[in-house]
Design a protein around this ligand. Sequence first.
Ligand code: TXA
Ligand code: MG
Length: 321
Amino acid sequence: MAEIGKDIAKAKQILEAGDLVGIPTETVYGLAGNALDADAVAKIFETKKRPSFDPLILHTSKIDRVLDFVIEIPEELKPLAEAFWPGPLTLLLPRKSIVPDLVTSGLDTVAVRIPSHPLTRELLAALDFPLAAPSANPFGYISPTQASHVNDQLGEKIDYILDGGSCEVGLESTIAGLEDGQVTVYRLGGLDVKRIEKVVGKVQVMTHSSSNPKAPGLLKSHYAPTKPFVLGDLKKLIEEYTNKGIEFAVLSFNDSFQSMIGERNFVLSPEADLHEAAKNLFAAMRILDSMDVSVILAELLPDEGLGKAVNDRLRRASVQE
Ligand code: TXA
Ligand code: MG
């Protein structure tokens, strides 16, 4: 198992040696390595069992540094960088050749983000290279939002996890870029599209498609528990699975079914708060996935604000490969 702690100097030392560290961000935990060292980046793909056609996000500590890795921040995207960095926003920007091909899967853009988690900001500021960091989960599985989640799945393969507590946002960053000069969102995430539109006006949302060349990693099945994950009207589903005699667990938004099924029901937000639901989502999916049941039943959230990003994750979790 990995050591879990708050020792930034130790994390720095491991990263400088070309090895990997689990790092906290406000969205989810990342599996970090030196983004400018192709060997370290290769270790990330190996450790996650991630296909190499799926590019990584480069994390750095401030906007000035972003310009070391990209040719420019296009005028259309600058207001977003200024408004939301540090924070849960990733921008696709024209890369400089200093960024290894393995980071971008050979694309001419690199995904860049400045995370806001204080521990990781301190770490990034202390390093003289940026960090490539995908979510610290085996490819296709639920993203980690606590240090122990990283340890459960990758603890055998890495030495150290920087412990930053539970992730505040709980969903991956929102990914945006330019498509024919138009601001485009490629992945819904922790930054609500409405907040983006307040800054740059109406944007187009182009998610879902695994054939979308701009977002090769946005596979249809993702963020998935190992158990079948069924979405629908919970009252009906509970009745149906009870009648079939199949053991189930339930992930509900604000309604509780605990009087019927006890602790096999996880309620994301009793107060119907979308931020709270987003924050709890992945931990809840892990807890239900570890229960002794055959199937997880779940419902969609209201399709507004962060609810849209949560629904995106729920839908992908329900697609079985
Ligand atoms: O919140 C987050 O973004 C977290 C934390 C750790 O920062 N990271 C994260 O990384 O979610 P990952 O690797 O799990 O997801 C990155 C996504 C993938 O779907 C990948 O395909 C897409 O970003 N991506 C990366 N570079 C890209 C590029 N140049 N063009 C299009 N999509 C890109
Ligand atoms: Mg991921």
